[in-house]
Design a protein around this ligand. Sequence first.
Ligand code: O7E
Length: 221
Amino acid sequence: MERKTRMILALDVSDREEALKIAEDVSEFVDAIKVGYPLVLATGLEIIRELAEFAPIIADFKVADIPNTNRLICKQVFEAGADAVIVQGFTGRDSLDACIEVASEYRRDVFVVSEMSHPGGAEFLQPVGEAIARMASEAGAFGLVAPATRPERVKKIRKIIGDKLTIISPGVGAQGGRASDVIAAGADWVIVGRSIYKAELPKEAASEIAAEIEAELRGEG
Ligand code: O7E
């Protein structure tokens, strides 16, 4: 995945036509599109191939099972045309290894959730987030998911993993995080959903966030 706009669209709509229209509209402002349960359950797995025409696809199935089941899920995801898969880290090293093995067979990437962005993310996951980040680094994952709602946690996690892994960060806009703050804290990409797909003009909304990130990177943020 190329780091250009530093933004990933979370396309959590449930209508195929709407999904394709938004993807086409905002493709120049995003480096990837994250597709998860809302869209895939509503429209079918084939939507991944249709959207791949506009940008690389990250399949957000937060895979969280025993190694064998994880292996079977990841195989389906990559056969469907996804460029990367998101998996949970709390299931442990063997479950994560199974995903990374399948990803390397397909030459695709694995992102590991270390800590979640919503308030409940601080209840159980945050206390083990740093250990999950270390494990993901040792296992050879491509990247981590860390919360844009807590830039100080992104900073801490970046310190732990150094430059070895990428960080994608959800929670910008609707959940209260600011794209420029999270990029400044060390995230490679921000993930933005509702602030773009629910905007009256998704293209304008994406363009504004992209401009904010650009200004931050130029040191004008
Ligand atoms: O709040 P929004 O609308 O901008 O959407 C954020 C998206 O990121 C949405 O798809 C949600 O499921 C996802 N997400 C979080 O919001 N917080 C997390 O901690 C983790 C994710 C996620 O996607 O995990 C994998 C990146």
